[in-house]
Design a protein around this ligand. Structure first.
Ligand SMILES: *Cc1c(COP(=O)(O)O)cnc(C)c1O
Length: 467
């Protein structure tokens, strides 16, 4: 038995993997990784895989990045962790100063959580609690877009709308108000992204006009609905939304957990709309993909509504054990240093252009409905019928074919259902982009050859699942 197989066997005897139908591994090999370097992951038999999805969208400057490694090593000798209530430390103070300075004007306070989902919980709780504190307890519902994703904890699922992850738990969820997404994939022919997104705003305007008295906040994934299939929309929607939230007295929560830190072409997606949300949720790339950490930034106005004598019971009594962990903050500081010193956002323009160039031919593929891109995310939507955009039945798991082909070629491409996408670390080279495009093209050819004989397990069409 090879080393990979040995580790796989030990793994499958004791682990229960995230977002996985474990029975799939009766057929599908699990890939044990021994080491990472730059954009490469290496298994126990020396085979390398180009990490085209940034290890679930978190890694931006490669694996085992020497600068981030060093910062964490230095920090671990100083202080690994300390309670953040009543105590503080240098990395968390410096990181907070820098986040406040680099995010849009008006975001002046940073509250930490230890992963994206719990950061969403913080924003939802804080928003409702704010309205309680200012005497509007009826404002307790949240407005969310169709096809949105905000994480896996119960309140985060409540504001999400990817059926695969939420339907099962319907009975547990909060009552939210769902508005059709400005997603431009379904725009009529000849209509621009901007016009379509602007038109779709009508639904939001109407929902706010009717329900604003009971609404605490609107929550959106700005510009890219990630887990919903890398669906994209125009920044004008965010601008209109900001204006409407102000008019109706409703908070705006930007979930930039996936799109923050350069993914959309600007440091933060909200910059493209020229707006400041009331809550900005950050995680994933915040630590360069090293350690779990999340930051919920908010305004002084919201902060002041909680600032009072203890006996008024207005304080935000929320905490996580690892809130503001020093090692994670150190990784984040090193990551921000690299953004600054390496002119990353500028360099990414060249890489984004190369991604477009290398995949342009796929727009003509008979089973590809769309090749779309926002900054450093490029998505290719495979369909059964190009003209009507009829999707493949999810049971066919076409994306899984692409995943398997890519693995055999030494690339980690993990489609969302039938959407093949690149979301690479920013250290990718132009040659590596060309290689990825080649692998994706081959994979799409293989996956869209008529009858794909699958049913592999039955329940799982997609997200975080290679199918
Ligand atoms: C990943 C993600 C989350 C959840 O973050 P976790 O750290 O996985 O809990 C929330 N919102 C968006 C947009 C995400 O992509």
């Amino acid at each position: 038995m090879g080393l990979n197989a040995e580790w796989m066997q030990r793994d499958l005897a004791v682990l229960w993997h995230p977002c996985t139908q474990m029975k799939d591994h009766e057929r599908l090999p699990l890939v044990p990784i021994r080491r990472g370097e730059g954009i490469w992951l290496e298994d126990f038999e020396g085979k390398r895989y180009l990490d085209a999805v940034s290890s679930w969208w978190v890694n931006v400057f490669g694996h085992a990045n020497p600068r981030i490694n060093q910062r964490i090593k230095d920090q671990v000798d100083q202080l690994e962790h300390v309670i953040l209530a009543g105590f503080s430390h240098q990395p968390v103070i410096e990181l907070s100063e820098r986040l406040v300075a680099m995010t849009p004007a008006g975001l002046e306070r940073v509250f930490y959580a230890d992963n994206g989902s719990s950061c969403i919980e913080v924003a939802l709780k804080m928003s409702h609690h704010y309205w309680l504190n200012v005497g509007k307890p009826e404002k307790k519902r949240f407005v969310t877009l169709s096809n949105s994703y905000h994480g896996e904890t119960v309140a985060a699922m409540s504001v999400g709308d990817v059926a695969l992850f939420t339907d099962t738990y319907k009975a547990l969820l909060l009552d939210t108000l769902k508005v059709p997404s400005p997603d431009c994939y379904h725009r009529p022919e000849g209509v621009s992204w901007e016009d379509h997104s602007r038109l779709m705003f009508g639904h939001m305007e109407q929902a706010l006009a009717e329900h604003h008295r009971e609404i605490a906040a609107v929550i959106v994934e700005p510009l890219i609905q990630g887990a919903g299939g890398m669906r994209m929309y125009h920044p004008v929607y965010l601008k209109l939304l900001r204006e409407a939230c102000d008019r109706y007295g409703v908070h705006l929560i930007h979930d930039e957990i996936a799109v923050g830190f350069g993914r959309t072409g600007t440091m933060f997606a909200c910059e493209q709309a020229g707006i400041t949300p009331d809550f900005l949720c950050l995680s994933k790339a915040l630590t360069g993909g090293y350690l779990p950490l999340a930051a919920c930034l908010t305004t002084d106005r919201i902060y002041q509504a909680f600032y009072d004598d203890y006996s008024t019971l207005r304080a935000f009594l929320h905490s996580h054990s690892y809130t503001g962990n020093p090692l994670a903050c150190a990784a984040a500081l090193a990551t921000l240093d690299i953004f600054e010193s390496d002119r990353v956002i500028e360099n990414n323009r060249r890489l984004a252009a190369r991604m477009a160039q290398a995949t342009a031919h796929l727009a003509d593929h008979p089973q590809v409905a769309e090749v779309r891109q926002t900054g450093m995310v490029l998505a290719i939507e495979m369909v059964q019928n190009k003209v009507s955009k009829t999707p493949y039945p999810w049971q066919e798991r076409r994306g899984l074919k692409v995943f398997e082909h890519a693995l055999s070629r030494g690339a980690l491409l993990r489609p969302l259902g039938s959407v093949v996408y690149f979301l690479p670390p920013y250290v990718i080279t132009e040659e590596q982009i060309d290689f990825l495009a080649e692998v994706a093209s081959e994979g799409i050819d293989i996956a869209t050859r008529d009858s794909v004989s699958i049913p592999l397990g039955d329940r799982y069409p997609g997200f975080r699942d290679p199918g």
